[in-house]
Design a protein around this ligand. Structure first.
Ligand code: SF4
Length: 288
């Protein structure tokens, strides 16, 4: 991702430091709101000693009940694992753990901490507010893929739309999705309410798109007598098995090859449920 730079005159214009600009703009934005700003799942507040960051669910919780951190680099560990101890491959997923407060001295510390919690989030936020964030649509991104990901180039427009609804909406990712299918085909999923823009399909999305492309191929050639594909039957039996044992254990976040993956289930809600109940309107994956 390349941020647009100011035009150079005579080749000697001073180099622009986008990171420093973003750092100052973010600190000023936080400073303007005494009650703090919400960014992803974090509430950031200016204090007489610097800045304080905590999970939005921990606002008002006293220090004695939290783990108190004083080094911005400790945000890296905070962002790494979920409360259940699972690795978080997508830092914008709404599964940031609670139970901590981080205090930093200055805007540099704030920027370092935010970059661990939401990588590139502050720079993208700043460029977006200035109308300078470069957007890369799905087709353009897919054209750059190679190896096992090259097949995402053949994903249909409908497949991209369903993948975006299953993978990018606020229930599973807190970024505001800005990219479209291509310049003539707007994305139809909800962009999201958050402050952190998403200018381009991320690697998690591309991996999910690859899986959806496999589902599309199955649907073209491997349907059984009642119109179900092998992977649809695999998912249905995994669900029945799990329900019969009384515990549905979801697969890890990026394990799209596993039947009980949350994004994969959201995709099934969009594509399999209408097959099974053709008379009902398709609900969004978030609806009960
Ligand atoms: S592509 Fe989708 S899942 Fe990935 S960061 Fe953007 S909005 Fe989130």
């Amino acid at each position: 991702m390349r941020a647009t730079s100011p035009e150079r005159s005579g080749g000697e214009a001073p180099r622009r430091n986008t990171a420093a600009e973003a750092r100052a703009a973010f600190a000023a934005w936080v400073g303007e709101a005494p009650e703090g700003r919400s960014f992803g799942q974090v509430i950031v507040r200016q204090t007489p000693e610097g800045y304080e960051l905590r999970h939005a669910a921990n606002v008002g919780v006293p220090d004695e009940e939290l783990v108190v951190h004083g080094d911005p680099r400790e945000a890296r560990e905070i962002a790494k694992l979920t409360e259940e101890g699972e690795y978080r491959p997508l830092k914008s997923s709404p599964n940031l753990r609670r139970g901590w407060v981080l205090r930093v001295e200055d805007e540099r510390g704030l920027y370092v901490a935010m970059n661990y919690l939401y990588p590139s989030g502050v720079v993208h936020w700043h460029l977006y507010r200035n109308g300078e964030l470069e957007i890369t649509n799905y087709r353009e991104n897919a054209a750059r893929q190679s190896g096992i990901y090259k097949r995402v180039q053949r994903l249909s427009d409908e497949g991209v739309q369903n993948a975006a609804r299953a993978c990018c909406e606020d229930a599973v990712c807190l970024k505001k999705t800005l990219w479209d299918v291509d310049e003539n085909t707007p994305r139809l999923s909800e962009p999201g309410e958050g402050e952190i823009p998403c200018p381009e399909p991320c690697s998690i999305f591309v991996s999910f798109a690859r899986r959806v492309r496999l589902f599309e191929r199955e649907n073209k050639r491997d349907l059984d007598a009642i119109g179900l594909s092998p992977s649809e039957k695999e998912d249905l039996s995994a669900l029945v098995d799990a329900a019969a044992t009384g515990s549905v254990e979801f697969a890890r976040e990026a394990e799209f090859e596993e039947p009980l993956n949350e994004r994969r289930m959201r995709y099934r809600k969009l594509t399999l449920v209408p097959k099974l109940r053709p008379d009902e309107d398709a609900a969004t994956p978030d609806e009960g």
